[in-house]
Every structure is written in structure tokens, then in C-alpha cells.
Design a protein around this ligand. Structure first.
Ligand code: AMP
Length: 510
């Protein structure tokens, strides 16, 4: 049987879910080991690629061959080199998606995954979104129906479950990103009102603080600096993460570290909170900004949803409760609700889908989109065509002129961000195209069409002249078809190895 899945492709863990027609409910799809989540860790060995729990378990053994937390680099130029081969983040994500797809195909829900809806942080920009789509389509042989923002997916799953009209606040703190989102949920609609966030703030930052604390403590006690080798660094990092997670369940814990000697760095929950309270405060400031424009008051919020593994930390829960003056909802599982929302959306693409949920979704644009404009008196400017917060999908056209009197080639440089100066470090160039031989007095109409999943088409046309050009933003970023083709061949090689290994395991089990 062919079926569709929803995938939460997380920084630390990934999860998948399916809408089950028979039971008319959303179910988590367990991986091959029987777990509802799969660590987003990839290990490139000499003759094999390992993904998930086994890769995580062996990361201290193979620190140079282990790729973790790569979601943070999605859409950037970063690549990781192993045995002389370059691995861009979308390729790493491709391995994870491929493993999820294979595991889903072994599950009780069907034999063949037709396609998927993949979630991304609301705050992901255009290139990170495109890289995520490439990971599915170019590397994992997976049709990606659409990308969906994580908080929106969470609300979709919540709205489906609760069936009530509410103004929700979604506090989503995962491994690598933070999103704060205001959403109106009615019986018919999920309407995203506003969102704010930081794509470099998550559980990993808490680990960083705790790592530095432990490192100093260990050096004080006479241990050699854990930063001196990749192996000890990976060991301490993993121990620190374990201890952080333990402190959500108990008042005291110890970071057990074995290197030249055995050490135990004891730590209380309140000490951990002191070390990391600044990070929590930062999330509350970003939350507060959502209420700055006065359209919504904190009192308008009917319910607060916690999403992401990092919301298990007590000082996070306390800060959210204090800010909103109410206890967050406990009706949803923070590790599963995003994948479940994506599964509901994926079910919409199932031609045989029976009793599907009927809420429509109105999402919004997370960053302004526009073009670079020429400026005689200073640096070139960013001219937004679609503003941050605009409803999706959306289409807007703006006229521009050739800044010069003479005929010339004009570059349309597509930019995303909020800074006035086009080439400001806070802005991102998404792509560019050239219109050739544009006469001096020509009016150009530049159209931006941003689809419901925030991917973008830009076209420019000269009025009354036969000059036009355009770009689907995927053409300008990510990998060339040739690169993707070559890498995909190697990826398929990995599939066959993974399948062989699985078959061999099955034979041994028999
Ligand atoms: P997610 O991306 O939603 O899977 O969140 C992963 C992040 O949640 C990682 O940084 C984990 O260390 C963190 N996390 C998971 N469980 C806990 C816990 N019990 N206490 C604190 N942090 C946790």
C-alpha cells in the first residue's frame, strides 16, 4: 500500500507520523528499532553510512566521521569533509530522510511512501527551506508535497484534537531553534497571526553553557583540557547533554567524565538554571516582542502550547507560565505534535484520503522579500516587495526603472531580510538574474510570488518591450543538478548497503 507521511526533521531528533484512515487518527510511525524518534545523526564510515541511534551511540568512537546538529547549517555554504568527500548539510539531511522513509516502508502502515510534508522552523529563510526540499527530492528520492512551519504544524495537530476556537501561543524550543508564534485556531481555520524567533537558539546552547562550566571544573581538578581532542570533546558534550536532560527529572545530577582519570562534576538543578537563565530570558524577550505592536495582549491568549524537547526544562516552563499567568497545555506531546501536524497535512495529498481534517491554514512570511535598488548617494538599498508577516500565498508586483539613461544589462538581485542596506550582513541574497539590453526609459514590473510553503518565484518584465526574466529561487541556491545527480548516485549506493545490512540482520535473527 502507498501512503504519505509527515516528517519533523529536527536538529537533534527527527520523527514521523501518518494519518491512519482506518482508525481516523494520527499515529506516530516508529523507526526500525521501535522508537518514535530517530536521532538526527549520520556517521560516514569507510564502507557504510549509519543513521540514527547507532550513529549516536558511536559518536565518541568516530568523532571525525559523525555529523550531528547539521540542521543549523542548512542553507549556508558550510560543508563537512570526510575521506576527501564534501558533505553539504542537505546531503546529511538526505541520509536522515532516506532512513526515515525506509523505516516507514517497513512499518505496519504500508509498503511504499508516496511523499511527505516536511516541517521547518518558522524562522528558516529561503535558502534553508530550499536546502530542506533538496534534501528530500534530490537526495532521499522522496516527493516533498510541501514544507510546513513547525509551530503551524503543532497548531494543526492541536486544533484537530481539541476542536475549539482559541487564540494560541506556541512556544517552540527544540535542539537548535526557537520559534514564538501567535495563532488563531477555529473549527475551520488555522490562522498564523505573528511569529518571532531565533534560528540559532535551542537546547544546544544550553549544552554549550554546561560544557564550558564542566570543562573549567575539570581543568581545575587537574584533568587535561577536553577541547584538546575531538574524542574527549565529543564525550564531554554527550555527558553534558545527558546531565541536562536528567535535571528535568531530578534536583541533582553529576556529569560523569572518563578521560585520563574518572571525574564526576556534581550539579544541582538550580545551579544549572543560573548558568542558563540568560538563554531562557532571551526566549521571553522574543515572545514579548510579539505583543509590542498592541494588536494582541498577553491576556488574549487562551492557551499556551509547548513544543520541542527543550521545553521539558523547568526554568523554561516556569518562565512561560510566569509570562502568561497560566500553566501551559499538557494535552500534546512536545516531541510528537509537529510530526503529527505534518501528517495531517500530508494526508491532504492522499487521493484516497477519507475522513480528513478540514481546517484551512493561513501561514505568514517570516522575512521580508525584495530587491536591491541602486543608490547614487551611498550603498545600494533593500526595497521590500513582500513584507514580513504577509499572508501566504501572496503575489505582489512593483515597478522599477533603469537607473541609467543608456541601454544596459540589469541585474535583479533577490534579497531577504529587514536591514535597509542591501548588502547588510543581516540580509541574505537568495538569487539573481539578468535582464539584457534594457533601454534607459523602460519601466520594469517585478513580480514576487511566494507560495504557501514560503518558496518563491520572481519574474521581471519590461513594459511594452520583449524583455523578460525570472528565477525560481531554487535555481539560484543550493546545488546544481549535476552536483545533485552525482551525490544522489552515491546516496543510492548507501540505500542498497542499508538494505543489505538489514536483510543480513534479519537472516541472523532467523
Ligand atoms: P527536539 O529538536 O524537539 O527533539 O529537541 C531536542 C532538544 O531537546 C535537545 O537539545 C535535547 O537535549 C532537549 N531535550 C530532550 N529531552 C529533554 C529533557 N528531558 N530535558 C531537557 N532537555 C531535553
Amino acid at each position: 500500500m502507498v501512503f504519505n507521511i509527515g516528517i519533523d526533521l529536527g536538529t537533534t531528533n527527527s520523527a514521523m507520523a501518518v494519518y491512519d484512515d482506518e482508525s481516523e487518527s494520527v499515529q506516530m510511525v516508529e523507526n526500525f528499532s521501535g522508537d518514535p524518534t530517530t536521532p538526527s545523526v549520520v556517521q560516514v564510515l569507510e564502507d557504510d553510512v549509519i543513521v540514527g541511534k547507532d550513529a549516536l551511540a558511536n559518536q565518541e568512537r568516530y568523532p571525525d566521521r559523525t555529523l550531528a546538529r547539521t540542521k543549523r547549517d542548512m542553507g549556508s555554504d558550510t560543508t563537512y569533509e570526510i575521506d576527501g568527500t564534501e558533505y553539504p548539510p542537505q546531503r546529511v539531511a538526505g541520509y536522515i530522510l532516506q532512513k526515515l522513509k525506509e523505516d516507514a516502508e517497513e512499518s505496519e502502515f504500508g509498503d511504499d511512501v508516496d511523499g511527505a510534508v516536511i516541517t521547518v522552523p518558522y524562522y528558516f529563510g529561503g535558502s534553508a527551506r530550499q536546502a530542506t526540499e533538496d534534501a528530500g527530492t534530490k537526495f532521499a528520492d522522496l516527493s516533498v508535497f510541501r514544507l510546513m512551519n513547525e509551530p503551524t504544524a503543532a497548531c494543526y495537530a492541536y486544533g484537530y484534537q481539541e476542536e475549539s476556537d482559541e487564540t494560541l501561543f506556541v512556544y517552540d524550543l527544540g535542539g537548535g531553534t526557537f520559534d514564538a508564534t501567535l495563532v488563531e485556531v477555529t473549527e475551520d481555520e488555522i490562522d498564523v497571526i505573528d511569529s518571532n524567533g531565533d534560528d540559532e537558539l535551542g537546547g544546544e546552547n544550553f549544552d554549550d553553557e554546561l560544557y564550558e562550566f564542566a570543562r573549567e571544573e575539570l581543568i581545575d581538578r587537574g584533568a587535561s583540557d577536553p577541547n584538546e581532542s575531538k574524542h574527549t570533546k565529543a564525550t564531554l558534550r554527550e555527558k553534558v547533554k545527558e546531565t541536562k536532560e536528567q535535571l528535568s527529572g531530578r534536583e541533582d545530577a553529576a556529569i560523569a567524565y572518563q578521560a585520563d582519570d574518572f571525574y564526576e562534576v556534581e550539579l544541582s538543578r538550580s545551579e544549572f538554571h543560573d548558568l542558563t537563565q540568560d538563554l531562557v530570558d532571551k526566549t521571553i524577550s522574543l515572545t514579548e516582542e510579539l505583543f509590542d505592536d498592541g494588536d494582541y495582549e498577553v491576556d488574549d491568549i487562551d492557551n499556551v502550547l509547548l513544543v520541542g524537547g527543550s521545553t521539558r526544562m523547568h526554568h523554561v516552563q516556569d518562565a512561560v507560565e510566569e509570562f502568561f499567568g497560566m500553566e501551559p497545555s499538557t494535552d500534546t506531546n512536545p516531541d510528537q505534535v509537529v510530526a503529527k501536524g505534518a501528517a495531517l497535512e500530508a494526508a491532504q495529498y492522499d487521493p484516497e484520503g477519507g475522513n480528513l481534517p478540514t481546517q484551512s491554514i493561513t501561514d505568514i512570511l517570516s522575512h521580508s522579500l525584495g530587491v536591491e535598488t541602486h543608490n547614487d548617494d551611498g550603498p545600494n538599498q533593500f526595497d521590500p516587495i513582500l513584507e514580513k508577516g504577509a499572508d501566504l500565498p501572496n503575489r505582489e508586483t512593483k515597478p522599477y526603472g533603469n537607473p541609467d539613461e543608456t541601454e544596459q544589462n540589469l541585474i535583479v538581485n533577490v534579497i531577504q531580510g529587514e536591514a535597509d542596506e542591501a548588502n547588510h550582513e543581516d540580509n541574505e541574497e537568495l538569487g539573481r538574474f539578468v535582464l539584457e539590453d534594457v533601454p534607459g526609459d523602460t519601466k520594469l514590473n517585478v513580480e514576487f510570488y511566494v507560495k504557501e510553503d514560503a518558496t518563491l518565484d520572481v519574474t521581471a518584465e519590461a513594459e511594452n518591450r520583449d524583455i523578460e526574466g525570472g528565477i525560481n529561487i531554487s535555481d539560484g541556491i543550493g546545488l546544481t543538478q549535476e552536483e545533485a545527480g552525482r551525490i544522489k548516485e552515491e546516496t543510492q549506493d548507501y540505500t542498497s548497503k542499508a538494505v543489505q545490512r538489514r536483510e543480513a540482520d534479519a537472516e541472523t535473527d532467523d
